[in-house]
Design a protein around this ligand. Structure first.
Ligand SMILES: Cc1ncc(COP(=O)(O)O)c(C=O)c1O
Length: 447
C-alpha cells in the first residue's frame, strides 16, 4: 500500500494515527530540488523557510545526497563502542571552524542543549563548587525535553508538564541589569540565543552580549550560546557568535548541521569538557556514521560554494527590498534579523498566520510566529532572483490587501503553487508578543 500521492488519504492517516501536536497546512511534499519543493500534485513552491532553518544546502543537493548514499552503502550505524571516522572528522572540522576544542554529537537541538546544561553543572561538580543555577532569557526557546523546556523562558511550553527542573532563573532579554541582579554565588551558566528565533526573530544587542561576557569572566560563570538556529552559516558567519566578537564556553548546534539529516552537536573548550567523565553522558545514535557524513558534506560545501558570501549577498538584497516594502506599507512595523534569518513584523491589521496562508496559496513557504511576525529562513543557496520573487509576491499581496488593486505580480506566478488549496483550519492565533524594544539591526550585520 502506498498513500504517497493522495493528500486526502495522507491527512486522514495523519489524523487517525499521528499524535496531533502539529497543525499542518493542507499539503504534502514529495520532492525537493534546490530552493523548491513539489507537492503531491506536482505544484512548485519556493521554500523560504527551509524546513525551519534546516535545509541549509537546499533540497537534493548532489554533494549531500552522494555523501549519505555512499555512507548508507558502507555503514549506517555501529555504536559509540567503537571509533567512528566520520565522527572524528566532523568534530575536527567544527573545532577548527570555531573557538571549541571538543565536540559531542547527538540528534537534535534539544538534546544538544541538554548536554550543555548537564556539562555546565558537571563542570562545577567536579571542581567541588556548589554552583548549579542556569540563567536564561525570557521569550527564549531551547527545546522540548525537560531540561531544554525548563531553560525555555516561556511558561506556555512547560506549564502543563510541571514540575520542571529546579535551578533555572529567567531574565528579560537584552537587559544587562537584570542579569547582574540574577547572578549569585550559585550561578553556573548563562545560556542565551543570539537571535531569539522562535519568539519573533529578535537579535541580541552587541553591547549586551559583550557585557554578559564580562560578567561571566569576572564571576567565573560559563557562557552558553544556543546556536541551534543561528549556527552553520545562517547569519553570514559560520557561527553567529562570530558576529559579536565574543567567545563563549559552550555552543549548541543542530538544524543546518546535517542539511536535513538529524544531528545535534555541543561544542566546548577543553577546560569545560572536564565536566563530563566517561559514562556521564552519551547517546546511542549520536555521532553515527550516516549523520556525521552528512555534517562533513555540509561543512565542505560551504567552502566549495562560497556559501557564506551568498548568505551575505542575498541577505543584503532582502533587507534592502523588505525595508523598501516597510516604507511603502505602514502595516510593516519592523524588518529584523541577520543573514538569512529574517523576521517581518506587522501591525494589528495583518494576522501573520493568514498572510502565511496567502503566501502558501501563491507558492511561497514561510512561517508565522505569534500574531504578528512572518519568519523567513530559506536555504542558504537561495539566489537573488528567487529572493526577488518572494519580495514581489509579498508586495503584491500587501498591495491587494491595502488597495484592492489587481494582482499582476501574482498572476505572473500562476504556474507556481497550488491555485485551489483545500480550506485551511486556522489555528487560534497565539497571544500577541510584547513588542520588541530594539530598533531593527543594520542590514549589513553586526560586524
Ligand atoms: C534556538 C533553538 N534551540 C533549540 C531548538 C530545539 O531544537 P530541536 O527541535 O531540534 O530539538 C530550537 C528549535 O527550533 C531552536 O530554535
Amino acid at each position: 500500500m502506498s498513500i504517497e500521492n493522495d493528500l486526502a488519504l495522507i491527512s486522514d492517516f495523519d489524523k487517525n494515527y499521528c499524535l496531533q501536536v502539529f497543525a499542518p497546512l493542507p499539503v504534502a511534499f514529495v520532492k525537493g530540488k534546490g530552493s523548491y519543493l513539489y507537492d503531491t500534485q506536482g505544484a512548485k513552491y519556493l521554500d523560504m523557510i527551509g524546513g525551519i532553518a534546516v535545509n541549509a544546502l537546499g533540497h537534493g543537493n548532489p554533494k549531500l545526497v552522494s555523501a549519505i548514499s555512499k555512507q548508507a552503502k558502507d555503514l549506517i550505524h555501529c555504536s559509540n563502542y567503537y571509533y567512528i571516522p566520520q565522527r572524528s572528522e566532523l568534530a575536527y572540522r567544527l573545532c577548527r571552524a570555531s573557538f571549541a576544542d571538543k565536540a559531542f554529537f547527538c540528534n537534535s537541538g534539544a538534546e544538544a542543549n541538554e548536554a550543555a546544561i548537564k556539562l555546565a553543572r558537571g563542570y562545577f561538580h567536579y571542581k567541588e563548587q556548589d554552583r548549579y543555577e542556569i540563567i536564561t532569557a525570557e521569550k527564549s526557546f531551547h527545546g522540548r525535553t525537560y531540561g531544554s523546556m525548563t531553560a525555555t523562558g516561556q511558561e506556555k511550553f512547560s506549564k502543563p508538564f510541571a514540575p520542571i527542573v529546579p535551578g533555572f532563573k529567567y531574565v528579560p532579554y537584552n537587559d544587562i541589569d537584570a542579569i547582574k541582579m540574577a547572578v549569585t554565588s550559585k550561578t553556573a551558566a548563562i545560556m542565551l540565543e543570539l537571535i531569539q528565533g522562535e519568539s519573533g526573530v529578535n537579535p541580541a544587542d552587541v553591547e549586551y552580549i559583550k557585557a554578559v561576557k564580562d560578567i561571566c569572566t569576572e564571576k567565573g560563570i560559563l557562557l552558553i550560546f544556543d546556536e541551534v538556529q543561528t549556527g552553520i552559516g545562517r547569519t553570514g558567519k559560520m557561527f553567529c557568535y562570530q558576529n559579536y566578537g565574543v567567545t563563549p564556553d559552550i555552543i549548541t548546534l543542530a538544524k543546518g548541521l546535517g542539511g536535513g539529516v538529524p544531528i545535534g552537536a555541543m561544542l566546548c573548550t577543553d577546560e569545560v569538557a572536564t565536566g563530563f567523565k566517561p559514562g556521564d553522558h552519551g547517546s546511542t545514535f549520536g555521532g553515527n556514521p550516516l549523520a556525521c557524513a552528512a555534517g562533513i558534506a555540509v561543512m565542505e560545501y560551504f567552502g566549495e560554494a562560497n556559501l557564506l558570501d551568498n548568505v551575505k549577498l542575498v541577505s543584503a538584497f532582502l533587507f534592502e527590498k523588505l525595508n523598501k516594502l516597510k516604507n511603502k506599507y505602514s502595516c510593516i512595523k519592523s524588518v529584523r534579523g541577520l543573514g538569512l534569518l529574517i523576521g517581518i513584523e506587522f501591525d494589528e491589521s495583518v494576522i501573520a498566520s493568514g498572510l502565511r496562508e496567502e503566501l502558501f496559496r501563491n507558492g511561497f513557504l514561510v512561517s508565522a510566529i505569534g500574531r504578528s511576525v512572518i519568519r523567513i529562513a530559506p536555504p542558504l543557496i537561495l539566489t537573488k532572483s528567487q529572493a526577488n520573487q518572494f519580495v514581489k509576491a509579498l508586495d503584491s499581496l500587501l498591495s491587494t490587501r491595502m488597495g484592492g488593486k489587481s494582482n499582476p505580480i501574482l498572476n505572473a506566478f500562476k504556474n507556481i503553487g497550488r491555485k485551489e488549496a483545500p480550506a485551511i483550519k486556522t489555528p487560534a492565533a497565539a497571544p500577541e508578543e510584547t513588542k520588541p524594544a530594539l530598533p531593527a539591526p543594520e542590514e549589513d550585520g553586526l560586524d
